[in-house]
Design a protein around this ligand. Sequence first.
Ligand code: 5GP
Length: 189
Amino acid sequence: MELLKKRIIEDGCVLPGNVLKVDSFLNHQIDIDLVYKLGAEWKRLFSDEKITKIMTIEASGIGIACVAAMHFNVPVVFAKRSKSSNIGKDFYATPVVSFTHGNTYDVIVSKSFISPEDRILIIDDFLANGSALRALINIIEEAGATVVGAGVAIEKAFLHGGDKLRDLGYRVEALARIKSMSDDKIEFC
Ligand code: 5GP
């Protein structure tokens, strides 16, 4: 999506550790007009699918998932970070490896909010190694629901997390796919 790529070039900043900082429009301050357009694009891409829910992961996915959900007119469920390993039988739980911090933490989703009839679209801001998307896929499939696909804003394609998910048969639609990035240059696929 040209609009997003342009914004990344203008306002993105590459940090050590293959981290792209997009705090001025996506991750800290959120440009609602831009995110609304990202939502419209995911709606267009998934217009052939019946979707009953959008799922994302705390924290940075929540804002964009909620704005995107306005195009789909469905609820948003977000996986919460769990502070306790003893979460009881009312929750699905699965580990996530944090790309930006390197640690592993559990996320949980209440069993009340996913049912086998659900057809779920995952939305997230970034796709790097794919741990966050895999965690959401695990939870959706454990609940017996259907993963329709994933819409991500920015895929760091050079890390191949998205390709591994596509090889497993999941539909992943990224609106900007980065081929390479360095201090002074970002190249798209
Ligand atoms: P993955 O699980 O695919 O390795 O990483 C995806 C998650 O890590 C996203 O939910 C996002 O919050 C975070 N993330 C990964 N790469 C970046 C990045 O370059 N910049 C920012 N701001 N977040 C990232």
